[in-house]
Design a protein around this ligand. Structure first.
Ligand code: INI
Length: 210
């Protein structure tokens, strides 16, 4: 398993990804061009417990997202016994189920998977918007990574392209994000990153003042 320190920016193919190759912006270079100091998570899911909440609406898309997410959890070493998959009727229900999973405190991250397709609904904006806002709220309220693995598209073809088609798999990306954030939070908790603007621990206050 590649460690973050050993391979900053390189774990998920960022260094070689190009827009021309049709690779999602999520995987584009962001870190490789930046100085290598700093703290980030890794793709080592060993020992992590991950909950996946998957919407059944547009199930022909979400089942592909789920397959991508589970394959990524496998690749990263998250044991099957350390995963829980929960299904909800639609994307609108994802935040509540994510909140319930987060509240157990049994998980290091929650991955939310869904597909909201504008062509099929006049209330696309409400479903997609409330789903996104709800997921963000859960993650901030619960202080736990809750990942938005929801494709929001104009039509079915665009959704399928992002569910294992030409534009990658949003479920795979969501699982990778969950592991990166969970490992980042562990690292920050055990050894706070000293980045500009970050509060200085009390024991260092004197040192800074002198
Ligand atoms: N839910 C989705 O996940 N995707 C959609 O595209 C969608 N459309 O088209 O309406 C959708 N609607 C259902 C919604 O998520 C709720 O389940 C429903 O409104 C009950 O709360």
């Amino acid at each position: 398993m590649a460690s973050a320190e050993a391979s900053p920016g390189g774990e998920r193919g960022e260094a070689s990804a190009t827009p021309e190759a049709g690779i999602s912006a999520h995987l584009l270079p962001a870190i490789g061009d930046i100085a290598e100091e700093g703290t980030r998570g890794s793709d080592d899911g060993t020992g992590l417990c991950i909950a996946v909440v998957c919407s059944r609406f547009n199930g022909h898309v979400t089942r592909l997202l789920l397959a991508g997410a589970l394959a990524e959890l496998d690749r990263c070493g998250v044991k099957e016994t350390h995963r829980t998959v929960v299904f909800v009727p639609g994307a609108f229900e994802l935040p509540l189920a994510a909140m319930m999973m987060a509240a157990t405190r049994d998980f290091d991250a929650v991955v939310c998977l869904g597909a909201v397709i504008r062509g099929e609904t006049s209330h696309y904006d409400f479903v997609a918007g409330e789903c996104a806002a709800g997921i963000q709220r859960v993650q901030l309220d619960m202080n736990l990574p809750v990942v938005f693995g929801v494709v929001t598209t104009e039509n079915l073809d665009q959704a399928l392209a992002r569910a294992g088609g030409a534009l990658g798999n949003k479920g795979t990306e969501a699982a990778a994000t969950a592991i990166e954030m969970a490992t980042l939070l562990r690292r920050l908790a055990s050894s706070p990153a000293r980045t500009p603007g970050q509060a200085v621990p009390a024991e260092h206050e004197k040192e800074r003042a002198s």
